[in-house]
Ligand binder design. Structure first.
Ligand code: MIC
Ligand code: SF4
Length: 644
C-alpha cells in the first residue's frame, strides 16, 4: 500500500520507535525556530545542556513578540538571544525583520524537512510541504543539541479540496470551515493532510494560512504537497534549489476523510471567544465595529496586503473605526513601499505597525471597553487582546478591509468583480537583518549579554512517591494557556523571570491563585477537557512548577501543554471516569500514594480525597521515555543525566 505525505517524511526522519498509531516515535529534526517570548528560556535551557554548537541543519532565533520596549527587559532579552545565537551556531533574525513563521516560510523553509519551533503556529511551514511542529522551549533546546523530538504517531486526516474559491472568499474561510466541522479539540493526535485538485488553485501564502491555523484544531501539524506552485514560490524567493516534488501516493490510506468544495466556501468569522465558534457573515448580520487589525502570522503575506490595498484604494477608514496593519515581514513591508501599496494604506488612514506579532499577543492596540474588533489573526480567547470585555471576531483580510471602510461587518463579495491577484515572479531579497553565527573557532570571542531580568531555569526535584496536598484550583473545560499564563504588554517582559511571571499565573481565572498556591507550598490543579489548548508557552508549566504544583488532573489535555508539563516534571493525569471530576472541589485534601512505582509499572494511580473519603482512579499513561523524564523531575534533569 502507498504512503501518505506525512508518513513519507516521518519515515525518512524516524530515529526511535515504530509506526504504530498512538505509539511514540522519535524523529530527527532538521530545522528549529524560536521566538523571543519563548526563546530566552529555550536558550537558557540549551546553555544548561552544555552543547557548544547546534547540531541541526538550520536553527533560527527570531525577535517578533516582545517588540514593545516599555522597559529594559525586552531589549535585554533581544541582546541575550542575539549573543547566544552568534556563539552557538544559530541565525538571528533581528527585531524589525518580521514574524518568525512568515520569515521562515520565505527564507528558510525546505519541502520534506522537519522543523520544530517554540511557537504553536510553527505548522505554517506545512504550506511548503514540511513537517513543522510547535513544541515547548525545552524540546527545541534538545533538538538543537541533536536530540530527537518525540510525538505520538499521529492519525492522518485526508482533506480533499475540490474546485476553486469564489471571488473574495479566502483561505481563511477554508480553515474556518475546517474548524467549524472539527472544533478546537478535533485535531488532537492528528496530522491534517490537504490533497485533491483544489490544492492547485491555492498559492503558498494561502496554503500557509490554512496550515498555520491548523494549530487551533489542536492538530500535531498540517501539510500541503510540494508541487509546481511551491516551486514557483521558492523560485521567486531565489531558493528554487531547495525544492523537491512531494505528495502522497495515490493508494495511500488515511484514518479519516473530509471533503471541501472550495467553490462553496463563503466568508465567515470566528465569533467570541473561540476560534471554532464559526458563523457565516450572513448569520452574524451587519454588526457595527470599533476596530480592525490586519496582520499576524496567519494573514500578513504580500498577497494579503495587496488585496487589502486594492480594497482601501482611494477610500478612508470609517470615522468610528481604528484600523491597524502590520505586514508580516520586512520583505513584505519593503515590497509594499516599493510598489506604492504602502502609500495607499497610509492614505486611507491605516495605522501602520512594525512587522511583528503586535496586537495578536496583546502588545498594543487593545480595543476600547466592550469594543468589537475584527482581526485577521488566529486566536480570539477572552482577554487576549488586552481588553477583558472586548469581542474579537477572526476574519479574512478581505472582510477586515472592506469592513474598516463601511464601519460594519461587511461581505467582501459586495465589491463585485475581483482582479487576479498574483504573487510576483521575484520577491525583493535582502537578508541584511539576518545575522549569521560566528564560526566554531571564533566562538570564545562572543560574550553572552545577560540582563538583570534574566533569571535561571527553575530547579526541579525527582518525582515524589507520595503527593499529599490540597487542590489549589479547580477550572472547567477548554482552559487556554492564555488563562494559565496570560501574555500582553505588562506580563510578556517577564518571560525570562519565572518567579516574577508566576505572580500572574491563572489570574485570568482567579486573582488569588498565585498567592494561595505559594502559601500551600505544594498543590494539585483540577480541570476539564482540552486543558492547555493554544500556545506552546512552557511558562504555562514553569509558573505552576515554581508555585509548587505537583500534578494536574483533568478530563483531557491539549498536546503541547501536556508535554510541557512532563518536561517540567509535573504529573499529567486524566480521570479514568470523567464523572469523577465532580468528586473534587477546590480546597479538598488529596493524597496520591505509591506514585513512582505506579508510574514505572504504568498502572493506574489511586487518588484519595481525604475531605470526602472518595477514591478516584486516575490514568497517567506515559511512554517509557516520558516516564523517565517525569521520574527524573523533568526533561532538563533527564537530558543532563543522559548526556553524562
Ligand atoms: C501565541 O500566539 O499565543 C504565541 C504568543 O505565539 C505563543 C507563544 C508564546 O506564548 O510565546 C504560541 O502560539 O505558541
Ligand atoms: Fe505571533 Fe500571533 Fe502568530 Fe503567535 S499567533 S506567532 S503571537 S502573530
Amino acid at each position: 500500500m502507498g504512503l501518505t505525505l506525512t508518513e513519507k517524511i516521518l519515515k525518512a526522519h524516524l530515529v526511535d520507535g515504530e509506526f504504530v498509531k498512538g505509539g511514540e516515535i522519535g524523529i530527527k529534526i532538521d530545522q528549529t525556530l524560536t521566538q523571543d517570548a519563548t526563546g530566552t528560556m529555550a536558550y537558557l535551557e540549551f546553555e544548561a545542556m552544555g552543547v557548544p554548537r547546534v547540531k541541526t541543519e538550520r536553527s533560527v532565533a527570531y525577535i517578533d513578540h516582545n517588540t514593545l520596549q516599555s522597559g529594559f527587559e525586552n531589549a535585554d532579552d533581544h541582546r541575550f538571544i542575539g549573543s547566544v545565537a552568534k556563539k552557538h551556531g544559530i541565525y538571528f533574525s533581528r527585531p524589525g525583520n518580521g514574524i518568525c513563521h512568515q520569515v521562515q516560510l520565505e527564507r528558510f523553509g525546505v519541502p520534506g524537512k522537519t522543523l520544530i519551533g517554540s511557537d504553536s503556529h510553527t505548522p505554517t511551514g506545512g504550506g511548503i510541504g514540511m513537517i513543522a511542529i510547535g513544541a515547548g522551549g525545552l524540546d527545541v533546546a534538545v533538538a538543537m543539541g541533536g536530540g530527537a523530538y518525540y510525538i505520538t504517531y499521529p492519525k492522518i486526516v485526508k482533506v480533499e479540496l475540490l474546485g476553486k474559491l469564489s471571488p473574495w472568499c479566502a483561505a481563511k474561510d477554508v480553515i474556518l470551515e475546517v474548524l467549524k466541522r472539527l472544533s478546537v479539540k478535533g485535531g488532537v493526535g492528528k496530522v491534517i493532510e490537504y490533497t485533491g485538485e483544489g490544492v492547485k488553485s491555492l498559492s503558498v501564502p494561502e496554503r500557509a494560512t490554512i496550515t498555520n491555523m491548523g494549530a487551533e484544531l489542536g492538530a500535531t501539524t498540517s501539510i500541503f504537497p510540494s508541487d509546481e506552485i511551491t516551486k514557483q514560490f521558492l523560485k521567486a524567493q531565489k531558493r528554487e534549489d531547495v525544492w523537491t516534488a512531494l505528495s502522497a501516493d495515490d493508494d495511500a490510506s488515511y484514518d479519516e476523510y473530509m471533503k471541501i468544495d472550495l467553490s462553496k466556501v463563503e466568508p465567515m468569522a470566528s465569533c467570541p471567544h473561540s476560534p471554532d465558534n464559526v458563523k457565516t457573515l450572513s448569520e452574524i448580520g451587519k454588526m457595527k465595529i470599533d476596530q480592525v487589525s490586519i496582520g499576524s502570522c496567519t494573514n500578513s503575506s504580500l498577497l494579503d496586503m495587496l488585496k487589502v490595498a486594492y480594497i482601501l484604494k482611494g477610500k478612508t477608514v470609517h470615522p468610528d473605526v481604528s484600523l491597524s496593519i502590520a505586514p508580516g515581514s520586512k520583505q513584505v513591508l519593503n515590497m509594499l513601499a516599493e510598489n506604492g501599496a504602502l502609500g495607499v494604506l497610509i492614505a486611507a488612514g491605516a495605522r501602520i505597525l512594525e512587522s511583528a506579532c503586535g496586537p495578536c499577543i496583546g502588545m498594543g492596540q487593545s480595543p476600547n471597553s466592550k469594543g468589537i474588533s475584527l482581526r485577521t489573526f488566529n486566536r480570539n480567547f477572552e482577554g487576549r487582546s488586552g481588553t477583558k470585555d472586548a469581542q474579537i471576531y477572526l476574519v479574512s483580510p478581505e472582510v477586515a478591509a472592506i469592513s474598516a471602510i463601511t464601519g460594519v461587518l461587511t461581505d467582501p463579495r459586495s465589491l463585485g468583480e475581483m482582479p487576479d491577484f498574483k504573487l510576483p515572479a521575484e520577491f525583493l531579497i535582502n537578508d541584511n537583518m539576518i545575522v549569521a553565527p560566528v564560526s566554531e573557532k571564533d566562538m570564545d570571542s562572543v560574550e553572552i549579554l545577560r540582563g538583570p531580568n534574566i533569571k535561571p531555569f527553575p530547579t526541579t526535584t525527582p518525582l515524589d512517591d507520595v503527593i499529599d496536598c490540597k487542590c489549589s484550583l479547580k477550572v472547567g473545560d477548554n482552559i487556554t494557556t492564555d488563562h494559565i499564563m496570560p501574555a500582553g504588554s505588562k506580563i510578556l517582559p517577564l518571560r525570562s523571570n519565572i518567579p516574577a511571571i508566576s505572580k500572574f499565573c491563572f489570574t485570568a481565572c482567579d486573582d488569588s491563585f498565585p498567592e494561595r498556591a505559594e502559601k500551600l507550598g505544594k498543590s494539585i490543579i483540577v480541570g476539564g477537557s482540552n486543558y492547555g489548548q493554544g500556545s506552546s508557552r512552557e511558562h504555562a508549566a514553569l509558573a505552576p512548577l515554581h508555585l509548587g504544583v505537583k500534578a494536574v488532573i483533568v478530563k483531557s489535555f491539549a498536546r503541547i501543554h501536556r508535554s510541557n508539563l512532563i518536561n517540567a516534571g509535573i504529573l499529567p493525569c486524566t480521570f479514568k471516569n470523567e464523572c469523577d471530576y465532580d468528586k473534587i472541589n477546590q480546597g479538598d485534601e488529596l493524597v496520591l500514594s505509591n506514585v513512582r512505582d505506579s508510574i514505572e509499572k504504568g498502572s493506574d494511580l489511586i487518588l484519595l480525597n481525604k475531605t470526602t473519603g472518595d477514591e478516584i482512579v486516575l490514568n497517567c499513561e506515559l511512554s517509557d521515555r516520558a516516564k523517565d523524564i517525569v521520574l527524573a523531575g523533568g526533561l532538563l534533569s533527564y537530558t543532563k543525566q543522559n548526556l553524562k
